[in-house]
Ligand binder design. Structure first.
Ligand code: AMP
Length: 434
């Protein structure tokens, strides 16, 4: 299937051609016709599948069609720009990236889009809104602030997108979302995107969507097929040393590293820098300016390792990101799927390596249960686990969510060395638990 057959206007086709998109991705093939038909949509698609264009392109198309109709009407009010579409995203980074993509896709359309999020001054956003916008991309909290200040009129909205809905729930935005929805007109088209399909998501979908078409590009809760995943067992106190070794030995030039806490992210970035690997941390306590700079430096290759917490990294769009390292496993198994979704973008392959100490075996077990497969194991000579070290409970971080229930995860591994002295092995016994 080609983009030409999707019924998009020439201005949009020209813009996507300039993005070097030749064919629509599976989510685009499935979602675009549904959205153009006017139906509500519930899509299971993670970042990296091309979902932003999946909803962005048909929104632009429909906006264009409504403009043509409006200007044909004799009583069309001149100069007034009613807000047409609202896109809600959980994080500033994701909102900014959606905004960037929409701007690119709408390069040849006389449309105005604006991104608003918290953590930066509200005044420039107020000024820009005064001029009128057609598409608003927002995080829920800042949007409500703007509504309170009468800077946005949501009553004209025709299309609503909830992007990364699962993450919005995880981040506690449910009440904000409901408050926003209460201000929208009843008659509108709703599009919801989520990487995972929890019961909570289904409840939210039922309350927002009307007879939605369901579209799924990967099996629910399955990690992207393009991503090669490995587990590397290692003692906790040797993780940093192993990470520096792997980056150096394999000459990784761009690696995204996940830690569980903000403190851990800062500390690891400092340690990697001391090891001669340029690194920066990106997390919620950093100013927007510092986060944007770290991301720009990472994209331009000035830093090799970007160390991030789950929330900060959510939705990061870094083209061709080849390596993701889980320095610590997430407390919630679904976050693993989100994390490794940072690599293996659109048509590219990626590698995700999890450094797992003995304390994290229960999390590993929960992840493997969720993705329904045993992750193959890598070992490195000189970094074997010390059998004398016993598991210690992992301290709860300040996150609201509880870690998965602890259980035993003994494993029986067989290994063989490859030519680099890196052993690969597989575990056999705990498949029987699944
Ligand atoms: P997304 O899932 O929307 O974050 O998109 C992931 C990446 O895929 C982004 O870098 C997009 O620019 C890129 N992309 C989206 N659609 C296509 C396409 N049809 N062909 C090639 N790349 C695409």
């Amino acid at each position: 299937m080609s983009f030409d057959s999707l019924g998009l206007d020439a201005e949009i086709l020209k813009a996507i051609q300039e993005q070097n998109y030749t064919d629509p991705t599976p989510i685009q093939q499935q979602a675009i016709p549904v959205i153009l038909s006017g139906k509500d949509l519930m899509a299971s698609a993670q970042t990296g599948t091309g979902k932003t264009a999946g909803f962005g392109l048909p929104i632009l198309q429909k906006w264009g069609e409504q403009q043509a109709q409006a200007t044909n009407k004799p009583d069309a009010k001149k100069g007034k720009r009613p807000l047409y579409a609202l896109i809600l995203a959980p994080t500033r980074e994701l909102a900014a990236q959606i905004g960037e993509n929409i701007r690119e896709y709408s390069r040849y359309l006389p449309i105005r889009s604006l991104v608003v999020f918290g953590g930066v001054s509200i005044n420039p956003q107020l000024m820009k809104l005064r001029g009128g916008v057609d598409i608003l991309i927002a995080t829920p909290g800042r949007l409500l602030d703007l509504v309170q200040q009468n800077a946005v009129d949501l009553s004209t909205i025709k299309m609503l997108v909830l992007d990364e809905a699962d993450r919005m729930l995880d981040m506690g935005f449910i009440h904000d979302i409901r408050r926003v929805i209460a201000k929208l007109p009843k008659k509108r088209q709703n599009l919801m995107f989520s990487a995972t399909f929890s019961d909570e998501i289904k409840v939210l979908a039922q309350s927002i969507l009307h007879a939605p078409e369901l579209v799924a590009v990967a099996k629910t809760n399955s990690a992207s097929e393009q991503i090669t995943q490995y587990v590397h067992r290692v003692d906790k106190r040797r993780k940093r040393e192993l990470l520096s070794y792997l980056i150096g030995k394999n000459q990784w030039q761009q690696v995204l590293v996940f830690t569980r806490t903000k403190y851990g992210a800062n500390h690891l970035a400092e340690q990697l820098t001391k090891d001669g690997i340029k690194a920066s941390a990106i997390h919620g306590n950093k100013s927007q300016g510092a986060r944007t700079k770290a991301l720009a430096d990472f994209k331009s290759g000035q830093i090799r390792a970007l160390v991030a917490t789950d929330i900060a990294a959510r939705g990061l769009d870094i083209e061709l990101l080849p390596y993701v390292v889980n320095y610590e496993l997430p407390q919630v198994a679904e976050d693993y799927v989100h994390r490794i979704g940072r690599t293996g973008r659109a048509q590219n392959e990626g590698k995700a390596i999890s450094l797992v100490c003995i304390d994290e075996l229960p999390q590993l077990k929960a992840i493997e249960k969720l993705i329904k497969k045993t992750i193959p194991e890598l070992t490195t000579q000189g970094f074997e686990v010390d059998p004398k070290i016993k598991a210690e409970p992992i301290k709860k971080s300040s996150q609201r969510r509880a870690p998965p229930k602890r259980g035993s995860a003994s494993s029986n591994r067989s290994s063989q060395f490859n030519q680099d002295g890196v052993k690969s092995s597989s575990r056999h016994n705990h498949t029987k638990n699944k």
